[in-house]
Design a protein around this ligand. Structure first.
Ligand SMILES: CC(C)(COP(=O)(O)OP(=O)(O)OC[C@H]1O[C@@H](n2cnc3c(N)ncnc32)[C@H](O)[C@@H]1OP(=O)(O)O)[C@@H](O)C(=O)NCCC(=O)NCCS
Length: 211
């Protein structure tokens, strides 16, 4: 971020604190305004915290970019669409200690955490999270709303569908495709295509059945 940029952050939970601190690591003089639907305080990490959505009359779309820092993929992608409809440009927040290849393609509203890698020619959709220490190898394609949790590793050319979640420390074999609205539990191994939505866990992954 350049010195004059101002950032609206939607969300005031744990993920939001990581995003705000990454934004500050990029630019300590960054002006941050935090919004949350159920704010329980007036400050968040020392920044103003307001209940509800930002009002463009007070926070002009010409001055502020915005990022949604909420883990839930449905909420995150929906709020990104609402912000865009209000006229806000979505900001990407990339921690200064992340590696993002110059040939990777990033949409908007993307967060890449500390020590994460987004390698050559990978493609990240709107509101994607590549969390702390995660690896998204070359030619991976992550659709809108995907969340790759801390320490997860996607080998080359993996495709992850809309809003899907890959849990912490999970490994996904090269060129494997995972469909939309899939949750892969922490510490799993995905070696084969997953087409249906649902929750999958284990080494190798199996679908988790409801009791
Ligand atoms: C998969 C997951 C979503 C399931 O959560 P849940 O529905 O609350 O499941 P529960 O904790 O009730 O566990 C149900 C059973 O599945 C097992 N299980 C849960 N997650 C598992 C995992 N990742 N791998 C293997 N088994 C798992 C539990 O041990 C339990 O087994 P039991 O019935 O024999 O005791 C969750 O465990 C998980 O892995 N979340 C991802 C965590 C993560 O990566 N967070 C990063 C956020 S940044």
């Amino acid at each position: 971020m350049t010195e004059k940029e101002k950032l609206i952050v939607l969300g005031a939970g744990g993920h939001a604190s990581v995003v705000v601190e990454a934004a500050m690591a990029n630019n300590p003089s960054c002006h941050v305004e935090v919004f949350d639907m159920a704010a329980v305080d007036t400050k968040f990490l020392g920044f103003p915290l307001t209940t509800g959505m930002p009002n463009p009359a007070a926070f002009p779309v010409s001055e502020f970019k915005a990022i949604v820092a909420i883990g839930n993929a449905y909420v995150r992608t929906k709020l990104c669409a609402e912000l865009k409809a209000m006229g806000y440009q979505l900001a990407n927040v990339i921690h200064p200690r992340a590696w993002v290849s110059p040939t990777a393609q990033l949409a908007t509203g993307v967060f890449v955490g500390a020590n994460a890698t987004v390698n050559s020619q990978a493609s990240l959709g709107v509101a994607v999270i590549v969390n702390t220490g995660a690896v998204v190898e070359h030619h991976c394609v992550l659709k809108d709303g995907v969340h790759i949790a801390p320490g997860a590793v996607l080998a080359g050319a993996v495709k992850i569908g809309h809003r899907s979640f890959v849990g912490a420390n999970t490994a996904v074999k090269e060129a494997v495709e995972v469909g939309d609205d899939v949750a892969i539990g922490a510490g799993s191994f995905v070696g084969k295509i997953i087409t249906k939505s649902g929750t999958f866990v284990g080494v190798p992954v199996r679908e988790m059945k409801e009791d």
